[in-house]
Design a protein around this ligand. Sequence first.
Ligand code: PRP
Length: 211
Amino acid sequence: MRYLTFALAKGRLAGDTMGRFAQVGITCDEMNEKSRKLIFVNENLKMKFFLSKASDVPTYVEYGAADIGVVGKDVILEEKKNLYEVLDLGFGKCRMVVAGSPAIKEKLSGGNNLRVATKYPNIAKNYFNHIKKQNVEIIKLNGSVELGPIVSLSDVIVDIVETGSTLKENNLIVLEEICSLSARLIVNKVSMNMENKRITEIMKALKGLEG
Ligand code: PRP
C-alpha cells in the first residue's frame, strides 16, 4: 500500500486537527516527540504527516506532494489552487471582516481610493472590486495587520476576527463582514481517483464527528 500524505497547517489549527483525526483513529506518535523532524510517519496506517505554513498547504496539495490537507477557508479563498475542498471540519470558526476605527465608517461606504491593508490581497480585491464595486488600494502585509490603521498606513484592514479581542484592544471595530470561515479538508484531484476508497473512508469518519 502506498503512503497517504497529509499536509497540515501550522499554528492555531494544528492541535484541533490532530485532535479530530485521533477521534477517527488517525494518529501519529512521532508527532508528539520533541525533534526537528519535518515529516512524521505512522507505519501501521501507511500515513505520513507534515506541518507547513498555512498558506503553503494548498500548494502541496495541488501538486500532489500531499494527498490531503487541512487548512482554513481563508487560505483556500486567497490561494485559489486547483484542488477539491471536500469537507467543512467545523472547527477554527472565525470571520473575514473589514475593520477600522469607528470614525472611518462614512468614508468606507462612499469613498474610492480607500487604502486597505491585509494579508489577503485576493480576498480584499474580490470583495471591494467585484462585490462592492469600489476601487481601493490594497497594501499587502504579512502579519499584525491591525497596525495598518493605527499607524496611518491604511484606512481599513481586511482580516480574520476570532474572539475580537485584538480589534478591541486596539480601538478598532468590525465595519463589514465578508464571510465566515472554518477549517476545511482539501484533496488533490488525482489522489481523489487513485486513493478514492481510503480518502472516502476518512471523509465519512470525519463527517460523522460534525456538530
Ligand atoms: C490573527 C488575525 C488577527 C487575530 C484575530 O492573527 O490576523 O490579528 O488573529 O484574533 P482575535 O479576534 O481572537 O483577537 P494571528 O494571531 O494569526 O497572527 P498575525 O498577526 O501574525 O497574522
